[in-house]
Design a protein around this ligand. Structure first.
Ligand code: ACM
Length: 545
């Protein structure tokens, strides 16, 4: 009985909580901020009689995620009436959410017109309707009589950039299917549409490759701080499930298989394709001068290309110099350099990246690589550059001048393994710089002079969460949120519409949702309530730059 009463009390508090907060900004607390909002008088009531009706739509538009989320948050089951139903009578449209095709709207764009007895959502793509519904969810609040209401409003919205991403390093530490799905849910709510999955690196290889079982039976053992951590990886079935789950939320999943460096887990599983290395960097690279290596990679890419429908595969290509010591002494490699007129070991690295690009292209995919690929002599129509070295703006300008499309992920402010508050001890800093919410929010405006002349080549931007110092889900949440909210607005909302103070108010409302998801966000409003969860060790306080 006591337990029952406690549960009832908790439930009532939860229902009251939105009442206190969600009415700020006239109830329009959408993140990312829509381009145009006009608040009207009155409100729409969402209840058991509300029907979803589709009109004039000839393509697949699913409302399943919307219905599931409404049910999960409010225990309300919405009904969907006849597909492509024309309006039969005035009566039939009362209290409906009408989805109507509008050819004038661009890809991912949508309009919402909330009236007291009808909500009209217009779009020209499944994505546009999905985002209209995501905006609706963010406008629901519970009134004093426990009714679910949405304020009358007109919204006209479209994204600034087409690539709005989040990268998770699942190699250094493994987070698993449920964590990934939860993050995909939150990404969808934030209209983020690219999940970059860093699946292989030094500590572990995290994806099943049927042709090379040792990649997981050996390569999936260990983590950054424990080389004997029980082996953990995603089976191909898991990957299919996650890719499908993401697709339902209009999120593309882009796998990263890092090479020729950061290949330690693969090289220790199959020593015959190891490129050597020394000490801490033993087996860091693939062997770049053996045909066998390229066959190995080709076979892996065949399976990867089949598993991921995305038109891109990321091959890393970063930081090869960390562990290429053997390349200077290995006779096969030195002979190969001479035989192929490659100048030196850097020429050999570039040769490898060109071969990797050919392999990826042969699977019908475009290659993505970190900004080291900009100088290797690739055809810019075959590869996309991810700019990460914020201290090397020339890598960005060169990529743009050479004609590459670019995704912006500079360490400052897009790396979420950097600390987010002066008081935080675990994580990276660059000199005295780190990535607090305001710095993340001031992007890409903070680098606008670097991209002003090549805007059409900027596909978008992305937050990257490397997990050397992120040993568990609590800390993953803490480093990701609320900074991911700022990245979402950076990628979606035009610069002149952004306003940090207004954003903060909306963050406060979004935190209620994150709390209901059990997310351990860093509370920017009451820092003392979220002590910094540990990384693997207190020794992991680092400063670079
Ligand atoms: C990177 O941070 N090494 C891309």
């Amino acid at each position: 009985m006591m337990r029952f009463l406690t549960e009832r009390l908790l439930l009532s508090l939860l229902l009251l909580f939105p009442l206190i907060n969600t009415h700020a900004n006239g109830g329009i607390n959408i993140i990312p901020k829509p381009q145009k909002v006009e608040i009207k008088e009155g409100q729409f009531e969402l209840n058991r009689k509300t029907q979803i009706v589709k009109k004039g739509i000839t393509y697949d538009v699913s409302t399943e995620v919307f219905k599931k989320d409404i049910n999960k948050s409010y225990g309300l089951s919405l009904i969907e009436s006849g597909i492509n139903d024309a309006r039969k009578s005035k009566q039939s449209i009362k209290n409906s959410i009408l989805l109507q095709h509008d050819a004038d709207l661009g890809f991912e764009a949508y309009r919402i017109d909330v009236k007291e007895n009808e909500i009209l959502c217009s779009a020209s793509s499944s994505e546009g309707f999905f985002y209209a519904l995501q905006s609706l969810i963010q406008m629901i609040s519970t009134d004093a009589k426990n009714r679910l209401t949405i304020p009358c409003v007109e919204i006209d919205d479209k994204p600034l950039l087409s690539w709005r991403g989040y990268m998770l390093d699942d190699s250094r530490h493994f987070f698993g299917k449920e964590a990934v799905k939860q993050y995909l849910d939150i990404m969808a709510r934030l209209k983020l549409n690219r999940f970059h999955w860093h699946l292989t690196d030094e500590p572990a290889w995290r994806i099943e490759i049927k042709r090379y079982p040792l990649l997981t039976s050996i390569g999936a053992i260990g983590s950054w701080d424990d080389k004997d951590a029980p082996h953990a990886f995603y089976s191909q079935q898991d990957v299919k499930e996650i890719v499908a789950y993401a697709a339902e939320r209009h999120i593309m999943v882009i796998p990263e298989i890092d090479m020729p460096g950061h290949a330690t887990a693969a090289a220790r599983s199959y020593p015959e394709i190891s490129g050597g290395g020394e000490g801490r960097w033993k087996d860091f690279t693939f062997h770049p001068a053996k045909e066998e290596t390229y066959e190995f990679i080709d076979n892996i890419m065949t399976e990867i290309a089949d598993l991921f429908p995305a038109p891109y595969i990321h091959i890393g290509a970063d930081e090869v110099h960390y562990g290429n010591q053997s390349w200077f002494t290995d006779k096969t490699m030195q002979d190969f350099i001479k035989a192929n007129n490659l100048k030196n070991e850097v020429g050999l690295e570039h040769y490898f990246v060109r071969r990797a690009c050919d392999i990826v292209n042969s699977k019908g995919k475009k290659m993505i690589g970190w900004d080291e690929i900009t100088s290797v002599g690739l055809d810019p129509s075959k590869a996309v550059v991810m700019w990460w070295r914020h201290d090397k703006p020339e890598a960005l300008t060169r990529s743009l001048n050479d004609g590459f499309d670019v995704i912006l992920t500079p360490r400052i402010p897009c790396y979420f393994d950097f600390v987010q508050d002066q008081s935080h001890e675990i994580g990276r800093r660059w000199g005295n710089k780190f990535n607090e919410l305001t710095t993340v929010y001031d992007f890409p405006e903070s680098i606008s002079s670097l991209i002003a002349n090549n805007k059409s080549q900027i596909l978008g931007l992305q937050a990257n969460l490397w997990t050397e110092r992120v040993a568990g889900k609590e800390r993953l949440d803490f480093m990701t949120f609320p900074r991911l909210l700022a990245i979402a607005e950076d990628g979606w909302t035009d610069a002149e519409k952004k306003d940090y103070e207004d954003f903060e108010k909306r963050v406060a409302v979004f935190l209620i949702y994150l709390k209901s998801e059990g997310i351990n966000y860093f509370d920017i409003f009451d820092k003392s309530t979220t002590p910094e969860p540990w990384g693997p060790s207190k020794a992991d306080v680092i400063s670079e730059g």
